[in-house]
Design a protein around this ligand. Sequence first.
Ligand code: GLC
Length: 759
Amino acid sequence: MLGKIVSYDWTENSVVLNGESFSIYIDILSNDIVNIAASRGERPGHSQAVVMNRQNAELQVEENDGYIDIYTASFRLRVSIEDSIMEINDGKGLLLKGMDLNLVDDDRSCSLNIREGEHFYGLGEKTGFLDKKGYRYTMWNTDCYDTHTEGTDAMYESFPFYIGFNRSGCYGIYFDNTFRTYFDMGKTDPERVRFGAEHGPMSFFFIYGRDIKDVVKGYTEVTGRMDMPPLWALGYQQSKYSYYPQDRVVELAKSFREKDIPADVIYLDIHYMNGFRVFTFDKERFPDPKAMIDELKEMGFKVVTIIDPGLKADGSYSVFVEGLKNHYFVTDKNGLPFTGKVWPGLTCLPDFSRDDVKRWWGDNHKEFIEMGIAGIWNDMNEPAVMDTPTRTMPEDMVHQNNGKPIRHEEFHNVYALNMAMATKDALLRFRPNERPFILTRAAFSGIQRYAAVWTGDNRSYWEHLKMSMPMLLNIGLSGEPFCGADIGGFTDDCSEELLIRWTQLGVFYPFCRNHNGLESKDQEPWAFGRRAEDITREFIKLRYRLLPYMYNLFYEANTTGIPVMRPLIMEYPGDEMCAEVFDEFMLGESILVAPVYEPGKRVKEVYLPEGRWIAWWTGEEYQGGRYYLVDAPLDRMPIFIKAGAVLPMARPMKSTSDGMVTEFHIFPGAMSGEYVYYEDDCHTLNYMNGEYNLYRISYSKGAEAADIKVEKLYYGYSEGQRQFQVVLRGEKNIEKVRVNGQAAEPVARDGDVIVDMTI
Ligand code: GLC
């Protein structure tokens, strides 16, 4: 408890409450978002995660019976003058009581009451299930190679953000502290949630929302949203530690084409390098990388290379020598470069807290980018160090921080964020007007502005397949929509059935990559024989069919922050049954995916929320609001489409380099419906200058006739697709179709009715 407030002061958008030895700063950023900070000294600033500018919003302040009442347009924040305890009330059901700030020496924290029936979501990359209530979590980027299990707490990524949700209201809290932080979601005291840190600022953003979507929108206003990804990065990706030599990489690409399995990307893991020196190629293994890249490009493949931060401490390695000469490395307090063991042996780590080091790091990518490397994979960037007890650098190492030195404990969690900034900047500088693609293992809030994430070294275990669902759902809720887990599992050996089931799920991950460990059994789609190859091919093809829909979801993420892969509760906040469902999810608002995650299972219990649903494989209609036991033979993972949905789907392709030709599929089960379709060139930044299109496709239909309408909501991209097929699925009896009021000529095919439409 901070204690009594002795004076206060306010302007139209901020209030300062002063105690004897502390101040509380309340800043309004929008009607729904306030920054609350407390300190015994200077007012805390914001971390690099925060990008929000103040919007046009005002505070009103009143003093009432021992309270200072601060009103935004959305809620009242009441502060007790006697003890500084706060309460938030929206007057519509959301009531947060007992918000208590602490500024003790080694504990700056905030606790508040857990509400009745409350669920907690978010918190980024954590093990366990969807609802985080009752657990305690640490935010400290950690290489957890050998401990990626359910009991693992700190993992590679830190998102100090959670969502509190119950039937009467929703809110989010982003704790803007880059040091090691903790979130006790009712573990120590089942009545209270508490978040805090030993060091760093007590500053958090309170985000009010009418529902979970609203809170995620607000949180991504604070920490930013992802740019549109290049379409190719949504394709299927194949990786192994490591594919080499050069000929094997080309063979791999050929196998995909020969076997008619669509794919877009091949990854080069650390063995492409000369002795694990980043920015180099091993001349024997890769005698002509440029020729390889060109050959792969001809086949419709992109290449992504891994880049680790640790530079081999080697006097004959020019990048290292340059870094040393310019004092670009993290040092101890005496100014001596820190050295730690990573893949190449002893390494030094660039000090990404400095702008000049970031620029230099970026410059080192020039050759790779100009050679045609399409994207960069940042790994070991927690940073992982193999020969220290903490598996990272000691907390008292020093980062220069552009002239304001700080200890590693402050920079640790944002090391990878800054490495990604440097990498993105390089991709934009050396390949202007192409959308950058970066994949990172470690992360902090705000990473969505720079990179996609994957969940690190999982294993080829059924439990890890299962865990990937809630983990990715919570990463999505934490503002990072572009996420995935290694399909097939990284370490240990995959099996035929596991690969099949994991691929069935994985093609619905926003980031879809099969990655495999050094000593693990091969797990390419064909590695387990014909049956697995046929089934995985069908599912990978399904991903490509759904790419326009998926791409549109990325547009939604780009404009609202709402994730691509969503928990059921996000779409159905009124349905308490959805609150803890972790083993089904929504892809956008129209596709429900129900993966099978146990061996030998040939049925799946599926909860369908209210409304009607169409089974993907059979076209059968289901009434929602209950559980079903759905057939799930090995070659069928249950998928349901919301009745009446319009899904943009692509014609089959071998990779996105074929170009995406979109068709609109109207699903049965409703008399009318609509969909807003986004279109741009799929790879440049021109969409940022308005070069995109937005169309509204709507329909109404009866038993024998249908009316389809297209409206241009926005038209800024003239090279878009003009001719579209519209497929009325499962409509044998429709004979008359009008498109924009004109009679069209419907064609019947396999129980569907198809018409052409020109935009
Ligand atoms: C780390 C990464 C893994 C990669 C390996 C070798 O373990 O998490 O994905 O394959 O390093 O670079």
